[in-house]
Structure formats: structure tokens, C-alpha cells
Design a protein around this ligand. Structure first.
Ligand code: PEP
Length: 271
């Protein structure tokens, strides 16, 4: 398969996403977007940077981002194209208002909305078929980790989500390894554990697709990543950036993570 120049072996462009979750307001969302653009500055030239505000603020955030090199994404997307699905937002609707990314399979949606592997797979398929790019979240709970099932659970989620995804579509997927016990807790995975999980996911991608594809797909870490621990966690060459919750609400902290990721000196690409 042909991959763009920015995806040749060992040259994965870093990715850093800011998942604002159910935070910010009508004034603070565009203000945070503007501050993020300012703080990130030139670092966005060497790193894909995407913010994921609450759905109701996507349009004002898009305006605040202007033509800056910071992308816009939704925190979720419907598995359906249109019709009687109260409260859902389709991939086409997101595209229409300027979003180009969607987070899919975040553990908070799996937990709060009972989204299982099947729904996650349907959402990923719908997003990609519609032309959105996706951050696919996988990762184990504390109980699963204590039971020694961390890799098994993460691999199962990955296999299920990718079951209907063609190799060429994986170009539009960033995988976020997010151990659930590290999300919003202030306790991140150790750099060693994060690196090992990323290696396992890359091995799985190699089995599911090909070794070449496994080397080309970006895998990022999420779970209490912040300005203070980013350098240690992102030091591993197999970790291509991060998905950040809490620290993305502070533009300066978020930008520090972006700079850390960008410093890996990767080529330019799309945002
Ligand atoms: C997340 O929700 O994707 C996340 C990583 O959150 P936090 O950084 O707050 O742990």
C-alpha cells in the first residue's frame, strides 16, 4: 500500500488531541480555542493538534480557530447516517460544521452510555466511510488490569473496532491507548507500561493488517498526561503523542505537551 510521505517507516507525525469533555461554556470555549492557538504557535507545524469541544460549542470554536493549524473534532459521532436517533449527531452533520475528527470508543462513553465493542465498531466504520478521521480509544479498567487481562482486553477492543475497517482506511485512524484507571485520576501509566501497551497494539495491527501498516499507524497515550509527565511518557519512540483531558483545559499546559511531541522532529502533514 502507498502511504503519504509523512507516514513512512519511523516517520509518524505526532498527534496531540485535547478532549475538553463536558467542560467550558459559550464564552470560555472559543476563548480556550483562541488561547490554544496562541500558546501552541509554531509547534503545530510539526504535530497534528486537534481540539474536541462539547458538540454545542463546535461552531464557535471553529470560528475561534480560524485558519490556524489546529484541527476540530467531536467527542462522539452517531453510528447511524440520519433519521430517528434523538440526541445523536451524524458524521455528515459534523463535517458540515467543519469538524474533521471524532473520538470514538472513549471509556466514558463505554461506561456512561453502555457503548460496547459492536457499537464502537459501527461508529468507527460510519465515521471513516463519511470521511471523518477518528481517534479510536482502547484500554483496560483497573479490575481488568488487576486480573492480568490488560493486554487481552485492549487487543479485543482493537480487533472488534477494526473488524470492518480496510487497511487504507487506517490511514485516517489514530489509536489512543487509554488505561481507564489513569483517566482523570492524576495517576498516569508508567512510561514502561505505556510503551509496552503501545508495542502490543502495534503487534496486533501487524497481525490484523501488515507489519508495514503497523509501523505507519499512529498510537498515542491518554491518561493524566500533562506538562510535567509528557517528556517521560512521550520519550518512547513507539508513542506518537497524546490524548489529553484535564490538562487540555489549560492552554499553556496543553501547548507544553504539543511542544514535547513536536520536538520529536517529525515531518509535516495534515491536521
Ligand atoms: C481522556 O479523557 O481522554 C483523558 C486522557 O483524560 P485525562 O487527561 O484527564 O486523564
Amino acid at each position: 500500500m502507498d502511504w503519504p510521505a509523512s507516514y513512512t517507516r519511523g516517520m509518524r507525525r505526532p498527534f496531540v488531541g485535547g478532549n475538553w469533555k463536558m467542560n467550558t461554556g459559550a464564552e470560555s470555549a472559543p476563548a480556550l480555542a483562541a488561547a490554544t492557538v496562541t500558546e501552541v504557535g509554531d509547534a503545530a507545524r510539526a504535530c497534528d493538534v486537534v481540539v474536541f469541544p462539547p458538540a454545542c460549542f463546535l461552531i464557535p470554536v471553529r470560528s475561534a480557530l480560524g485558519d490556524a493549524a489546529v484541527g476540530l473534532g467531536a467527542q462522539d459521532v452517531s453510528s447511524e447516517a440520519n433519521g430517528a436517533h434523538t440526541g445523536d449527531i451524524s458524521a455528515e452533520m459534523l463535517k458540515e460544521i467543519g469538524a474533521t475528527w471524532a473520538i470514538i470508543g472513549h471509556s466514558e462513553r463505554r461506561r456512561d452510555h453502555g457503548e460496547g465493542d459492536h457499537v464502537v465498531a459501527q461508529k468507527l466504520e460510519m465515521a471513516l466511510e463519511s470521511g471523518l478521521r477518528a481517534v479510536l480509544c482502547v484500554g483496560e479498567t483497573l479490575e481488568e488490569r488487576k486480573a492480568g487481562q490488560a493486554h487481552q482486553v485492549t487487543a479485543r477492543q482493537l480487533r472488534a473496532a477494526c473488524a470492518s475497517i480496510r487497511a487504507e482506511q487506517m490511514h485516517d485512524v489514530v489509536i489512543a491507548y487509554e488505561p481507564v484507571w489513569a483517566i482523570g485520576t492524576g495517576v498516569s501509566a508508567t512510561p514502561q507500561d505505556a510503551a509496552e501497551a503501545h508495542r502490543m497494539i502495534r503487534r496486533e495491527l501487524g497481525i490484523l493488517y501488515s507489519p508495514e501498516l503497523a509501523q505507519a499507524v499512529r498510537i498515542v497515550y491518554g491518561g493524566s498526561l500533562n506538562a510535567a509527565n509528557a517528556a517521560a511518557i512521550l520519550a518512547d519512540p513507539g508513542i506518537d503523542g497524546g490524548l489529553i483531558g484535564g490538562a487540555s483545559l489549560k492552554a499553556g499546559d496543553f501547548a507544553q505537551v504539543v511542544r514535547t511531541a513536536a520536538a520529536r522532529g517529525q515531518p509535516q502533514g495534515r491536521h
